[in-house]
Design a protein around this ligand. Structure first.
Ligand SMILES: Nc1ncnc2c1ncn2[C@@H]1O[C@H](COP(=O)(O)OP(=O)(O)OP(=O)(O)O)[C@@H](O)[C@H]1O
Ligand SMILES: [Mg+2]
Length: 384
């Protein structure tokens, strides 16, 4: 088990700056998930921690030791790759034992550790098989098993489930959560999958991409999943966390009170949001944000707007209505539980409850919301 500290960590490939000024601590036993768009540097950050890439500047500490110049095998970390990276000519047992054999461990100890990991992962009956005789899910378990036998203080997972089908992904996700509880080790996990991030993470690290990396550093926001969901610090985080993504409506501030503001939208309608905008001025350009699951077909809501349905998606457990407001180019997406009677051409009154509205200034920074964070019940599934 180990804690981990990154201090001003930067990585450049030649002149291309990929990771900028990452300051971040992971406490012993914590489960941290890195998310961000493709190419933003998630794998690079993981490889820097593993020691597979050199840190260009900054410092990395694992379990109290500065490890910038420590080779990968001596850092007390084990990495599980998306591609599994098993040796094709070795049995499952030999794949799992390989690292320990290299380290010249006692034969009985190797057997004991491999069998213990195999029991934990329920692959004992597969130990004599070759990787090509396994399913994708079984191979992934072997790759995880190989990491477990090394008894690392920190597990690094790079999209370990992305080659599995949907059902197996859910099952393996739950197993990884269990494994984390049983082993008590720190885990850093990279994924594209929102549900994996929300359900596995003690804390999520959302990475910036493009220009924002050079301007603000690589980290957009760090926090517990529901803190990012309820209190995104800017438009990028608000749009990234949550699926379907948050609706953004352009507007202007027309009234500012101590704990709320009134925004006028392009169609002339007004909406209140419960935010602290004491630093703003009437007339300022803002963006109102509201998640699809918080838009209600409710004419009695404290904010209402009119919109015409232009597209309906029936997903079974829910329906997505795409509605057009006058003067606003983007559609407003409304998520309804179950089926919907609404069809194309319907004119609806949409309720945008003030307590669910987010507000961003013209630079995309969020105004502080006055609503309680995690106590709200959202559509986010509970942990596990
Ligand atoms: N060895 C390398 N040489 C030059 N550029 C590299 C190298 N490795 C990665 N990069 C660049 O660094 C950036 C980050 O890559 P990285 O693989 O870390 O992204 P990622 O967030 O893991 O993306 P994905 O979600 O697609 O896996 C990319 O623009 C990539 O092209
Ligand atoms: Mg990657």
């Amino acid at each position: 088990m180990a804690d981990l500290h990154l201090r001003g960590v930067c990585k450049a490939f030649g002149t291309v700056r990929v990771i900028e000024r990452v300051d971040f601590d992971i406490t012993d036993g914590e489960f941290v998930v890195f998310v961000g768009s493709s190419g933003c540097g998630k794998s690079t950050l993981l490889r820097l921690i593993a020691g597979l890439e050199d840190i260009t500047s900054g410092e990395l500490f694992i379990a109290g030791r500065r490890v910038n110049d420590v080779p990968p095998a001596q850092r007390g970390v084990a990495m599980v790759f998306q591609s599994y990276a098993l040796y094709p000519h070795m049995t499952v047992f030999d794949n799992m034992a390989f690292g320990l054999k290299l380290a010249k461990r006692d034969r009985r100890e190797i057997e004991r550790r491999v069998h213990r990991a195999a029991t934990l992962l329920q692959i004992e009956h597969l130990l004599e098989r070759l990787p090509k005789e396994l399913s994708g899910g079984q191979r992934q378990r072997v790759a995880i098993g190989r990491a477990i036998v090394r008894q690392p203080g920190v597990f690094l997972f790079d999209e370990p489930l992305s080659n599995l089908d949907a059902a197996l992904r859910v099952q393996t996700r739950i197993e990884i959560a269990k494994l984390h509880r049983e082993l008590g080790a720190s885990m850093i996990y990279v994924t594209h999958d929102q549900v994996e991030a929300m359900t596995l993470a003690d804390r999520i690290v959302l990475l910036n991409a493009g220009e924002a990396v050079l301007q603000d550093g690589s980290i957009a926001q760090v926090g517990p999943p529901l803190a990012l969901y309820h209190h995104p610090v800017n438009l990028f985080v608000a749009g990234f966390i949550g699926s379907p993504k948050m609706n953004f409506l352009p507007g202007r501030l027309t009234r500012i009170e101590p704990t709320s503001v009134t925004i006028t939208l392009p169609d002339g309608s007004t909406a209140r949001a419960l935010v602290d905008a004491s630093a703003a001025q009437p007339g300022d350009v803002v963006t109102l944000g509201i998640r699809p699951e918080h838009v209600m077909l409710d004419a009695s809501a404290d904010n209402t707007v009119r919109a015409e349905v232009v597209h309906v998606e029936h997903l079974g457990e829910s329906s997505l209505l795409h509605a057009q407001m006058r003067g606003i180019e983007n559609h407003v997406v409304v998520r309804q539980e179950g089926d919907t009677a609404a069809t194309m051409g319907d004119r609806l009154t949409l309720g945008l409850a003030a307590r669910h509205c987010h507000l961003f200034d013209q630079n995309g920074h969020a105004f502080k919301r006055q609503t309680a964070p995690v106590a709200e019940t959202g559509p986010v599934p509970p942990k596990e």
